[in-house]
Design a binder for this molecule. Structure first.
Ligand SMILES: Nc1ncnc2c1ncn2[C@@H]1O[C@H](COP(=O)(O)OP(=O)(O)O)[C@@H](O)[C@H]1O
Ligand SMILES: [Mg+2]
Length: 327
């Protein structure tokens, strides 16, 4: 049965429910536009939602200029794809599987959620949802366990994004009987299917992702968007800290601000440094120290006292005393 025989393009965003899945509650397919029609790329509701997501990404994420540019490019590509579909211009579903390569705490999970919102706004997903998994969620310990596990994960992610963190652990070249290969094959089948009901995002450290994709050319050829997440500079981490504090109605004193930069310079050379996640954790501990300090006070505390993180709250971190630990 050829879809084009009916005059429709093979794929129309928002109009192609996955096999077995309920049709999206949204509008039925609009009638095709005639060759002389015009569409306003900025005026429709989907475009407005995409603009709102892009604005949120700009407002809530410090730096990441390259990532933000790629998100805009992908959004533009899909908006054009949608506009083309309205004219019946033949197009297969664009391949949307992606790779997010970068260190821990560089924003990959956060951006995956925003990407899901964009894909949903434009009708490529049924829900703006991300189902995060790691190897253990996909690969079984015993023969016969892997296929049901992987299929279960695919079913849970259906209609949204399957986010595979540290995806390279699926592939263990040293062990030819590893069940990871079975999981990869099932994923591949789903990704290759024209009716794929989900988008897969592979995430992890850049160098290992490269090795993973070069050992799995089948996967690699299905991943059309490779996005790199750089480690943050100290300035950016400091700005991220300010953003997180402001959001929670806290702020640094001048002394705390300086101490926190020093903290960052030390912390980033230590083990298990995780970019913005380390910033978040450090601020949580500073809040704990602030709370202890305030509760121990004999006098009264005011609004400012409750908001301010002082130099002492920062400097009492173990990062300043015994460096080889997490601080
Ligand atoms: N550029 C950024 N600006 C502000 N906050 C950020 C930024 N990048 C990451 N974060 C925050 O840091 C934390 C870890 O980010 P996450 O997306 O989980 O990183 P990853 O998935 O790469 O490990 C989250 O709380 C996130 O909101
Ligand atoms: Mg993550």
């Amino acid at each position: 049965m050829s879809a084009s025989a009916t005059g429709f393009s093979m794929y129309r965003p928002g109009a192609a429910p996955a096999s077995g899945a309920p049709a999206p509650a949204e509008a039925p397919p609009e009638p095709l536009l005639g060759p002389e029609a015009k569409v306003d790329m900025q005026a429709d509701e989907a475009a407005a939602r995409v603009r709102a997501v892009l604005a949120a990404v700009d407002a809530e994420l410090v730096g990441l200029a390259g990532v933000k540019r790629r998100i805009r490019e992908i959004a533009a590509l899909l908006m054009v794809d949608r506009a083309r579909a309205r004219f019946g211009l033949e197009a297969s579903r664009p391949s949307l599987h992606m790779s997010f390569a970068g260190g821990p705490g560089t924003g990959k999970t956060t951006v995956a959620l925003r990407m899901a919102e964009i894909l949903h706004a434009l009708g490529y997903l049924r829900a703006p949802r991300v189902h995060p998994v790691t190897r253990d969620d996909l690969v079984g310990q015993f023969i016969g366990h892997t296929a049901p596990k992987t299929k279960e994960a695919l079913a849970r992610a259906a209609g949204g994004v399957l986010f595979i963190d540290e995806a390279y652990y699926l592939y263990r070249p040293d062990n030819e009987r590893d069940y990871g290969q079975e999981a990869i094959e099932i994923l591949l089948q789903e990704m290759e299917s024209a009716r794929a009901s989900l988008v897969v995002i592979f995430a992890g450290y850049e160098d290992r992702m490269e090795t993973f994709f070069s050992s799995n050319p089948g996967l690699s050829s299905r991943v059309s968007h490779h996005i790199q997440f750089e480690d943050y500079a100290t300035d950016e981490l400091a700005e991220i800290a300010e953003l997180m504090l402001t959001r929670d109605a806290y702020r640094f004193t001048e002394g705390a601000r300086e101490a926190f930069r020093e903290y960052l310079d030390r912390r980033r050379t230590m083990p298990r440094f995780a970019n913005a996640r380390s910033v978040r954790n450090a601020l949580e501990r500073a809040r704990l120290r602030q709370a202890n300090r305030l509760v121990a006070l004999s006098g009264q505390v005011g609004r400012d006292d409750l908001m301010l993180i002082t130099e002492e709250d920062v400097r009492r971190s173990r990062v300043f005393t015994d460096p080889p630990d997490r601080g």
